[in-house]
Design a protein around this ligand. Structure first.
Ligand code: SAM
Length: 227
């Protein structure tokens, strides 16, 4: 049984897809997709030996060796040309790390049509990379599970330019249009956190910094969305 978070990522993987799940740990996501006959082939990539061995064990235990392979590799280096990967999933890492993985080996993405990403924090930097690399966000979900809030971003390769406003980049174009209760709660918390940080900076009478300016701009954006 997958967590709601990983099930949401999996729901955006199209039937018959050839998937690379980067940072797969136990390979729970690709294993579940293979068991449900949702994918035709999957690679579980891991850069750390322990999680890589977890993935290998899970694949063996479930008898999925014909459809799934675990590879010990850094980021997209887990993908080989003969895999014909069309979908990449990356879940459970910070946005900056997801972005780093995507931009480190652009050639590995040549045949990839869809990215399904679940950054735990720093979603804006992921959306910024997507737009700059002509991946258009086609769906988003926000969900709360075990006291955490997660965002899942599904993006497809397009040939036209993609741009997002600062608000769309921060909140997500679909999440912003939807403004679900989970979304409102997340940004109310974030507003309080940033307001507190700004108050502390002002109390400490630090000279106006880039950091303060960014925080103030963020407060404006959040207030604009919550009112
Ligand atoms: N994707 C699973 C999930 O969402 O439940 C596991 C998430 S786990 C918190 C993050 C995993 O990413 C770790 O197992 C870590 O070893 C792996 N990881 C971190 N950087 C990586 C990289 N550059 N390439 C491949 N895997 C990486």
């Amino acid at each position: 049984q997958l967590s709601q978070r990983l099930a949401t990522v999996g729901a955006f993987v199209q039937p018959g897809a050839r998937v690379a799940d980067i940072g797969s740990d136990h390979a729970y996501l690709p294993a579940n997709l293979a068991l449900n006959h949702q994918i035709s082939y999957g690679v579980a990539g891991e850069v750390v030996r322990g999680p890589f061995e977890n993935a290998q064990r899970e694949i063996q235990k479930l008898g999925l060796e014909d459809q799934l392979v675990a590879r010990l590799a850094d980021g997209l280096a887990a993908i080989q040309p003969e895999d014909q990967i069309d979908t990449v999933t990356i879940a459970g890492m910070g946005g900056p790390l997801i972005r780093h993985i995507l931009e480190q080996r652009p050639a590995q993405l040549a045949g990839v049509q869809r990215l399904v990403l679940e950054p735990n924090v720093g979603e804006a930097t992921v959306r910024d990379w997507l737009a700059a690399n002509q991946f258009e966000i086609t769906a988003e979900r926000i969900l709360a599970e075990d006291g955490h809030t997660y965002e899942v971003i599904c993006a497809d390769r397009v040939t036209h330019p993609v741009t997002y406003t600062p608000a769309e980049q921060l909140f997500g174009p679909f999440l912003l249009a939807e403004k679900s209760p989970v979304f409102i709660a997340k940004w109310q918390r974030e507003l309080q956190r940033v307001q507190h940080a700004v108050a502390q900076m002002q109390q400490a009478k630090v000279a106006p910094t880039e950091h303060l300016a960014a925080a103030t701009a963020k407060i404006k954006l959040i207030e604009g969305v919550l009112t």
